[in-house]
Design a protein around this ligand. Structure first.
Ligand code: SF4
Length: 351
């Protein structure tokens, strides 16, 4: 809960307003696992809270470790489903790729999560639990602490925007975890209904899934193009200032013989002209039953060099965790979801 929500709870339970700050401190600073540990609250107030709420975290039920050090965790959700979270260490930094939905509605042609379909939104607690728990487990195992969070796991963040935004608020607020928003990136296909809210109501970095500068082809790869075209997305982004600390990146997954030509590079340059941005090229890994081809590293390097030589900073993202199906576009919990579809929803509320 945000501080405002905690204040509402205190009001409803006839507790002083300042109790909300104390509760936030116990949860987000001291990370207690029971309300009874909140010892500066009166016993009566602790009992009131305890009868209605619970605090704490949920451990992953499965962990896979890649030979390159990447870890993939399978977390249970509040409504009895599962999501995957990927921890990516890189010398003295570590990035956590967080999920925000079980499956995804966007149905991008090349993505394993898209094939799974949509099975529900994660709650704020489900989202924050991934971050808190991985950091705790990492500390116990001597792993590099998290330096960055990317909302790039399963699901489309703008399709569960209220919960994603609330999780970012708690991550970045002084009463919460006090992270800089510059350590957080939200990745999106670009949804008309919530894109402007992301830009106005958060200060974190933004990554837009582009994948083709040619509208007809982007539509084939990503049905979301129909609702909000890439030209409209770029036009909206041009209304904002990206020249300071906030960053806009375009993600470009490359498919052999599909979107890797010089024509594509030229169209990209035209599309992004006048926007202070960078491009991140992503290597696609084969997904069963998808008629796309992988691309060679040489082709990716040529594409990168062409864009760099024409003024757009372009990098190739290192592919991590492929051997444990943790690389971009490979996350899926469909077999789990089918097995537990009869699970009952939990009835307890959480703070
Ligand atoms: S690429 Fe992202 S938005 Fe598209 S289907 Fe996969 S998870 Fe959803």
């Amino acid at each position: 809960m945000t501080l405002e929500e905690l204040q509402d709870v205190c009001l409803q339970l006839s507790m002083p307003k300042f109790t909300a700050k104390q509760i936030a401190q116990w949860m987000y600073d001291k990370h207690v696992h029971s309300i009874d540990e909140m010892t500066n609250l009166s016993k009566a107030n602790r009992e009131k809270l305890d009868s209605l709420f619970c605090v704490g975290s949920a451990a992953p039920i499965e962990t896979n470790r890649s030979k390159d050090g990447t870890m993939k965790y399978l977390f249970p959700t509040e409504d009895g489903q599962f999501v995957e979270t990927v921890y990516i260490p890189d010398s003295d930094r570590a990035t956590l790729c967080v999920s925000c939905q079980v499956g995804c509605k966007m149905n991008c042609q090349f993505c394993q999560t898209g094939k799974q379909g949509w099975h529900g939104n994660l709650t704020v607690r489900d989202i924050l639990n991934q971050i808190y728990t991985v950091n705790q487990l990492g500390a116990e195992e001597g792993l590099t602490p998290l330096s960055n969070i990317v909302y790039m796991g399963q699901g489309e963040p703008l399709d569960n925007f209220d919960n994603v935004l609330k999780s970012i608020q708690i991550l970045t607020a002084d009463y919460g975890w006090a992270w800089s928003p510059r350590r957080i990136t939200v990745s999106t296909v670009g949804l008309k209904t919530t894109m402007r809210r992301l830009l106005d109501e958060s200060e974190c970095h933004v990554a837009v899934s582009l994948h083709s500068p040619i509208p007809e082809q982007r539509l084939q790869l990503m049905p979301a193009e129909k609702q909000f075209t890439i030209s409209d997305i770029v036009a909206l982004l041009k209304e904002y200032d990206w020249s300071h600390q906030r960053r806009i990146t375009f993600e470009y997954t490359m498919f052999g013989g599909t979107n890797d030509s010089t024509l594509h590079a030229k169209e990209l340059l035209k599309l992004l002209q006048g926007l202070d941005c960078r491009v991140n090229l992503i290597r696609w890994h084969r997904v069963p039953d998808v008629p796309l081809k992988e691309v060679s590293m040489t082709t990716m390097e040529h594409f990168r060099d062409y864009l760099n030589n024409h003024g757009i900073t372009t990098t190739i993202r290192a592919s991590r965790g492929q051997d444990i199906w943790a690389a971009c576009g490979l996350l899926s919990t469909s077999s789990r979801t089918e097995r537990i579809s009869e699970n009952k929803k939990t009835s307890s509320q959480t703070l």
